[in-house]
Write a protein that binds this ligand. Structure first.
Ligand code: IMP
Length: 196
């Protein structure tokens, strides 16, 4: 069975992808391959950061692998927080402070349009392939819902009357940026690995 490294330490993301690839591909974690370093995320775009992650693993271990990067882009904030989504308010992963900063900067702003964006970089047989997922929506004036993570309580996807934080994980994954990018990756892998 073909093996593929997912360049992430996020167990939740790994389980999601593992469930989808089924027994076509054996997914390996960074831990499985003995990689304990922090992979640098110094790019200015999601594409650069996703590519930095996959190349870091490929250059060092010569294994098929993929990395992903995602974040929130708000039109009225010149697409911020973008690649700084996780650390917008200063501390990495302080989601409450990040939401407060977005809401404060959008106070009185009529244009609430925003999107979540994911880019995946896959290195497969030595070649790089990109997959992308976007979900358009609007930023609410205040938080609603307790599920999910990150900016979910203030993001309402187009076509829905609820925020991501009010959806079940299955509902969110069906339409989310990451879900869409992962679907494309999986289609590519399943077709590629079955020899068609
Ligand atoms: P990552 O690259 O997928 O780890 O995402 C970076 C940051 O973007 C996260 O820490 C969150 O702040 C934000 N983000 C990415 N995806 C989501 C999502 O599905 N919901 C809410 N926030 C997200």
């Amino acid at each position: 069975m073909r093996q593929l490294v997912f360049a992430t330490n996020n167990r939740h993301k790994l389980d999601e992808v593992a469930a989808k690839v089924g027994d076509h591909i054996k997914l390996l974690t960074l831990e499985d391959i003995g990689c304990r370093e922090e992979i640098p995320e110094t790019g200015c775009t999601f594409r650069e950061n996703a590519s930095l992650k996959s190349h870091y693993i490929y250059d060092k271990y010569k294994l098929d692998c993929f990395g992903d990067d995602s974040g929130l882009e708000v039109d009225a904030l010149n697409n911020e927080p973008g690649v700084y989504s996780a650390r917008y308010a200063g501390t990495h992963g302080n989601h409450e402070a990040n939401i407060d900063k977005v809401l404060a900067r959008l106070a009185g702003e009529a244009n609430r349009n925003a999107r979540f964006h994911t880019v995946i970089s896959l290195i497969w047989n030595g070649e790089e392939h990109f997959f992308e997922g976007i979900v358009e929506g609007t930023i609410r004036n205040e938080r609603s819902g307790a599920k999910g993570f990150g900016y979910d309580p203030i993001f309402q996807p187009d076509g829905y009357a609820v925020t991501f934080a009010e959806m079940t994980m299955e509902e969110k994954n069906r339409i989310s940026h990451r879900g869409r990018a992962m679907e494309q990756l999986i289609d590519f892998l399943v077709i590629g690995s079955s020899g068609h």
